[in-house]
Design a binder for this molecule. Structure first.
Ligand code: G3P
Ligand code: MG
Length: 233
């Protein structure tokens, strides 16, 4: 059905980098994503004990490093000391947790970064940091919609994406529109043509998460999405 198909190539976001091929949220995964031809990279951000945005998915370092404890309880020097690669494969031993500043410097204007803010207190620190990278191409997203609204008040021009994790999307999509968000990020399995069409009629792009199979990617494209998040860019 032509009328539902996106006529343009979908924007491919490498989810936590090319995280099927290298440890998630590591520079190795980000380089692999660029090599694979991804258009952008999604990464997750928490705040260190000394107040810097660091790139890691979980609240603690336990799952993806050789350390233990809350990210918020560790300083940057302590975090940089951890091995965030061996859990994935010995070939990545010694891969450090990246600082968001280092990823912004590395990506430059080549790649768009979707900065997903996991901890509420990272919002202001991310805004402060983005002030130092005026040419960075970013999209700031979060499941925490109050935080996104607060960030919008601080920065009128910030590209914002609203994340949702359930099939009940209408209220969140209305809030995204009211916040002048660029995009709406529903779970891939709950992305319907009705959702895409409502978002497009209301000025929102749709970037579902997370899809790895060819058939899944094809069916999202048939639903008319603008792009998607994948571990296999
Ligand atoms: O931003 C899309 C996706 O990353 C949201 O879920 O848990 O992988 O951060 P999660
Ligand atoms: Mg994420």
């Amino acid at each position: 059905m032509k009328e539902f198909s996106s006529q343009i190539k979908p924007f491919v976001w490498a989810h936590r980098g090319a995280s099927a091929f290298a440890p998630e949220n590591s520079m190795a995964a980000f380089r692999a994503a660029e090599d694979a031809g991804a258009d952008g990279i999604e990464l997750d951000v928490h705040l260190s004990r000394d107040g810097l945005p660091v790139v890691i998915h979980d609240e603690t370092v336990d799952r993806t490093t050789d350390g233990t404890g809350a990210v918020a309880g560790l300083t940057v020097p302590e975090l940089l000391d951890l091995d965030a690669g061996s859990w994935f494969s010995p070939e990545f031993a010694g891969e450090p947790i990246p600082l968001l500043a280092d990823v912004l410097a590395w990506a430059g204007e080549r790649l768009r970064l979707n900065i997903e803010i996991k901890s509420e207190d990272a919002g202001q620190a991310v805004l402060d940091l983005l002030g130092q990278f005026p040419c960075a191409r970013v999209l700031v997203s979060s499941f925490n919609h109050k935080l996104l609204r607060r960030m919008r008040q601080h920065d009128n021009g910030l590209p914002i994406g609203f994340l949702v994790d359930s099939r009940f999307w209408r209220l969140a999509a209305k809030r995204a529109r009211a916040c002048s968000a660029e995009s709406f990020h529903p779970p891939a399995r709950h992305t319907t043509r009705a959702l895409v069409s409502w978002c497009h009629n209301n000025g929102l792009k749709v970037f579902p998460w997370t899809v790895d199979s060819r058939s899944g990617k094809r069916s999202l494209c048939r639903a008319g999405v603008d792009g998607y998040f994948t571990n296999r860019p």
